[in-house]
Design a protein around this ligand. Structure first.
Ligand code: CO
Length: 181
């Protein structure tokens, strides 16, 4: 079990466009396992590789016990409907806001077995997948908000981070609280 440090808002890693995987190998599978370990340890339901400082197109999602999903080179093929819902992010702890997302998506991904498959998602799963794919583009949920709302949350973030140094968070042990992605 490897829990990796998580990059926080302000880290340039979160603003990089992650590069394609193309060929799944053991190293990539290990990275996916580490992402799950790190996500679970920090009580998350989604985590992208950028968030552990690796700009490669892989993310993990787990909104239900039985629904663990590894997204490798994900591409959204279909979108339907619009729905608002609250989001948070493991890279921006304690900051939450309503974000508008597609209600239903069909996403094409490569599996850890190196197969290209399509996955349909609705509800929270759809939301988390869109949030993680944004990460792979260097986009954060804050970017979807109005300038006013964003300014307000940035003020709160600065207050919360006052006295802390750097943009890396060591995830020491499983936490409890509201699940965030
Ligand atoms: Co996030």
């Amino acid at each position: 079990m490897t829990i990796r440090p998580i990059h926080l808002l302000g880290s340039p890693a979160l603003r990089e466009r992650a590069v394609e995987i193309e060929q799944v190998d053991d190293e990539l599978r290990q990275l996916a396992r580490d992402l799950f370990d790190t996500m679970h340890a920090d009580n998350g339901i989604g985590l992208a590789a950028n968030q552990v400082g690796i700009a490669r197109r892989v993310a993990v999602v787990q909104t239900e016990e039985e629904d663990a999903l590894v997204l490798i080179d994900p591409v959204i093929l279909e979108r339907e409907g619009q729905v608002k819902g609250e989001e948070g992010c493991l890279s921006i702890p304690d900051i939450f806001a309503d974000v508008e997302r597609s209600a239903r998506i069909v996403v094409e991904i490569t599996t850890v077995g190196n197969e290209r498959v399509r996955v349909e998602a609705t509800d929270l799963r759809s939301r988390v997948i869109q949030h993680e794919i944004d990460h792979l583009e260097g986009v954060l949920f804050l970017d979807h908000l109005s300038p006013l709302k964003r300014r307000m949350l940035m003020k709160k973030w600065k207050k919360l981070r006052k006295g802390t140094k750097g943009h890396i968070k060591e995830v020491a042990r499983p936490a409890t609280g509201t699940p965030v992605f």
